[in-house]
Design a protein around this ligand. Structure first.
Ligand code: FMN
Length: 168
C-alpha cells in the first residue's frame, strides 16, 4: 500500500514546521497517510513510502537539521521518492516565480535523488530568536509571506505523484 508519507523539517522559529503540517493535511485529503515529525524523532525512514523534507533558509543555507537528516538517511532516502522544500524569502518573490534551491539544498537534492524542490515564502514575526532576526524586524522587514495556495498546489502535485493507496 504505497501511502505512508513522512514530512520532516528544519526550523528555528516554527514557521517551516507549520508549512509541514499544511503539506500533511493536503496529503491526507488526497488519501495518503501523512505523519509530521521533527528529524530528532525519526530513527528510520524505512517504514515510509515517500518523504518530504523542508528546511528554513538562514544566511543562504538550508537549515542544519534538514541537511543533517539527508546525510544520516541518505541510503534509505535514495531508495524512496523524496521531495524537498525551502522556506525563506520575506517578500512576495516566492509567490511570483520559482526560486531555485540554495547550494546546500541542491546538494541535499543530489544526495537524496529528490524528485523535486520548491521555495515557499517565509515568516518572521515579533518574538523570533536571534539578534539578527530582531534587527530585520526593527527595519520593518518582517511579515508572513507563506502562500497557502501555493503550498497546497505543490502538495497536491506531490500527492498525485505518490499515487493514492489502492482502495480496499
Ligand atoms: C538571521 C536571518 C537570516 C535569514 N536568511 C535568509 C536567507 O538567506 N534567505 C531567505 O530566503 N530567507 C532568510 N531568512 C528568512 C527566514 O528563512 C524565514 O524567516 C523563515 O520563514 C524562517 O523559518 P522558521 O520559522 O522555520 O525558522 C532569514 C531570517 C533571519 C532571521
Amino acid at each position: 500500500m504505497p501511502g505512508r508519507v513522512l514530512i520532516t523539517y528544519g526550523t528555528k522559529n516554527g514557521s517551516t514546521a507549520e508549512i509541514a503540517h499544511v503539506v500533511a493535511s493536503v496529503l491526507r485529503d488526497e488519501g495518503l497517510e501523512a505523519e509530521v515529525r521533527p528529524p530528532s524523532e525519526v530513527e528510520d525512514v524505512a517504514p515510509y513510502d515517500a518523504i518530504v523534507i523542508g528546511g528554513a533558509l538562514y544566511m543562504g543555507r538550508w537549515h542544519r537539521d534538514a541537511r543533517r537528516f539527508t546525510r544520516q538517511h541518505r541510503k534509505d532516502l535514495r531508495e524512496r521518492p523524496v521531495w524537498l522544500f525551502s522556506s525563506g524569502p520575506l517578500d512576495p518573490s516566492a509567490s511570483e516565480r520559482d526560486i531555485p534551491p540554495v547550494a546546500s539544498a541542491r546538494r541535499a537534492q543530489r544526495r537524496t535523488d529528490a524528485l523535486g524542490h520548491v521555495t515557499f515564502g517565509g515568516r518572521l514575526e515579533a518574538g523570533a530568536k536571534g539578534r539578527m532576526a530582531k534587527a530585520i524586524l526593527d527595519e520593518g522587514r518582517g511579515g508572513d509571506f507563506r502562500d497557502l495556495n501555493r503550498i497546497a498546489e505543490w502538495a497536491t502535485d506531490v500527492a498525485h505523484d505518490i499515487g493514492k493507496p489502492e482502495s480496499a
